[in-house]
Design a protein around this ligand. Structure first.
Ligand SMILES: Nc1nc2c(ncn2[C@@H]2O[C@H](COP(=O)(O)OP(=O)(O)OP(=O)(O)O)[C@@H](O)[C@H]2O)c(=O)[nH]1
Ligand SMILES: [Mg+2]
Length: 234
């Protein structure tokens, strides 16, 4: 996203909020690791990696007001926040909610990344939609489901996943064919519930390596807040 915005001549600020990140594929403008490292939290508090992520979320929440001020000082039209991938440790903590609420302004969108390998099979795809719906319950922000690393998928896989994203009846039929525990138990009401929470809306497939789908993400954001009018005009 940062690269794509750069190519369009648009400025953005990148923020790493993952204290456990070993390497990053971008140079963040603000990096939480400057003062918070998962390794140090583990040592200092005698915790394992999971406990340390929870403690780190609390430590981050304590300083989040100051971080917001720093980010505002950049006066950039776009701020990209990279959160820890251990979703259940980050998204489900009260502290993280405070972090997201404080760092996001009125015009913010959550990007939920679906893992391509998991998304290939109906039960894996449905599980990720459920997780995405759960995240949506946690944060009162508009959300996009993005199939990440789409370059790793075959044409056939992409076709199936796109079909499932567009038509929940196809997803249900494929889930029944798969005949896993999930397919047997999950009935039509569940699919309706997923439809109601918008799990099938805003599906975008993207690839960072091929820089594909990034424009769709950008357009979805513009559409959401400006009804299609490009926000960069103001
Ligand atoms: N093929 C392919 N690989 C990618 C793409 N984007 C990232 N990767 C690679 O996938 C690996 C994992 O990167 P990410 O998915 O960003 O995950 P992470 O940030 O390391 O982990 P968490 O934040 O903890 O989820 C790295 O080796 C990346 O270079 C993509 O679009 N296509
Ligand atoms: Mg990451």
């Amino acid at each position: 996203m940062q690269r794509w915005l750069g190519l369009k001549g648009l400025d953005c600020v990148t923020v790493n909020l993952d204290p456990g990140a070993e390497t990053l594929p971008y140079a963040p403008d603000y990096d939480i690791r400057e003062w918070l490292s998962l390794r140090k939290v583990m040592e200092e508090y005698g915790l394992g990696p999971n406990g340390a992520q929870i403690a780190a979320a609390d430590l981050l929440a304590m300083r989040v007001g100051g971080i917001r001020k720093i980010l505002e000082a950049f006066r950039s039209p776009y701020i990209l926040l990279d959160t820890p991938g251990q979703l259940e440790l980050f998204a489900f903590r009260k502290a993280s909610r405070l972090v997201v609420e404080t760092l996001t302004g009125e015009r913010s969108v959550l990007a939920f990344l679906l893992d391509p390998t998991l998304a290939k099979v109906p039960s894996g795809y449905i599980s990720q939609l459920l997780l995405s719906a759960t995240v949506q319950f946690r944060f009162s922000l508009p959300m996009m489901n993005i199939l990440s690393k789409a370059d790793l998928l075959s044409e056939g896989d992409i076709e199936s996943i796109t079909g499932w994203a567009e038509d929940s009846c196809r997803l249900q039929a494929s889930a029944e064919e798969e005949r896993t525990g999930a397919a047997v138990q999950f009935n039509i009401e569940l699919f309706r519930a997923l439809e109601t929470v918008g799990a099938f809306r805003n599906f975008i497939r993207a690839s960072a390596t091929e820089l594909a789908g990034i424009e769709d993400i950008y357009n979805a954001v513009q559409n959401h807040f400006a009804g299609g009018e490009d926000l960069t005009k103001d």
